[in-house]
Write a protein that binds this ligand. Structure first.
Ligand SMILES: Cc1ncc(COP(=O)(O)O)c(C=O)c1O
Length: 289
């Protein structure tokens, strides 16, 4: 017997998603901008639909992993800024320009090739990614690069950024990092990454380099480090917020959120966590024949 009907599907509640976006907007610092990360088909929720819903409910920009995901959003008519987090080959320069996409850069050599390929076609907007301890993508901060030699580590991260910033056909719009463990209960490593990133931005600033958009917070950090994000030191004023499709969160989790010193966290954050509805429902149907 061949089964022609699909037996399992996911029903996405866009109203729940819209509610969650509004709630995130409410608990984040006034002035912070919200980027909805909709990579991998919006984490299985349907990239175009959740992107549109996010933008209608308070998100200002979109994040994806790969170039083709960004092109799909543009072709669906979405006009908000789109940042590509992953690698795009320098051959993609023309597509990046034509679709008005923002590319992540984390290697001076690739940046130079991208700039060369962009010549005479236009300028490519970039965000520079630094690795503050995730161990995935990004220019390694100097203090982490000791002993490692790969494309991402050179003696001086600030010199690398100055070189990238000086390329004729790239426009450095932002800089960011990614937390490895912001969704764990133990925030010590996430706090260490945040300290490294803050310190690095200050050093960069003293070297005369201040990319206007600075962002760090993924979902775990938005939800669980909101007190720090809200009360970032003034040197961190420009920090932006990233978020991903909010997964279902158990309402009693809110009781566990505390400052590291044991004080309960901001009541607004607790309210927020308690109010997050699940966005996804997996439906399984059995067809008995
Ligand atoms: C740089 C960056 N920021 C934010 C996100 C969203 O992360 P999360 O799913 O932990 O919210 C991702 C996802 O890969 C990312 O690469």
């Amino acid at each position: 017997m061949i089964l022609e009907k699909q037996l399992t599907w996911a029903e996405i509640d866009l109203n729940a998603y819209a509610h969650n976006i509004k709630e995130l907007r409410r608990v984040t610092r006034p002035g912070a901008r919200l980027m909805a990360v909709v990579k991998a088909n919006g984490y299985g929720h349907g990239a175009v639909e959740v992107a549109r819903t996010a933008l209608q409910n308070g998100a200002e920009s979109l994040g994806v992993a790969r170039l083709h995901e960004a092109v799909e959003l543009r072709e669906a008519g979405l006009e908000a800024p789109i940042l590509i987090f992953g690698y795009s080959s320098p051959d993609s320069a023309e597509t990046l320009i034509n679709y008005d996409l923002t590319q992540t850069v984390y290697s001076p050599a690739t940046a130079e090739e991208l700039s060369d390929q962009a010549a005479r076609k236009g300028k490519i907007k970039i965000h520079i990614k630094v690795d503050s301890g995730m161990g995935r993508l990004g220019l390694l901060l100097d203090e982490l690069a000791g002993g490692i030699s790969d494309d991402r580590s050179t003696a001086n991260t600030i010199d690398d950024i100055a070189a990238i910033n000086g390329l004729a056909n790239l426009e450095t719009e932002g800089i960011f990092t990614h937390f490895a463990t912001a969704d764990s209960a133990d925030k010590s490593y996430a706090n260490k990454q945040l300290d490294r990133f803050t310190d690095f931005l200050n050093r960069l600033n003293r070297a005369g380099l201040s990319p206007p958009v600075r962002h760090a917070a993924n979902s775990g950090a938005v939800i669980d480090m909101a007190h720090q994000i809200k009360y970032f030191p003034s040197s961190f004023e420009g920090v932006d917020i990233l978020l991903v499709v909010v997964p279902p969160v158990d309402s009693d989790i809110s009781a566990q959120f505390q400052f590291p010193d044991g004080k309960p966290c901001d009541p607004a954050v607790n309210d927020f966590l308690a109010g997050i509805p699940s966005t996804i429902n997996i439906v399984v149907k059995s067809h008995m024949t």
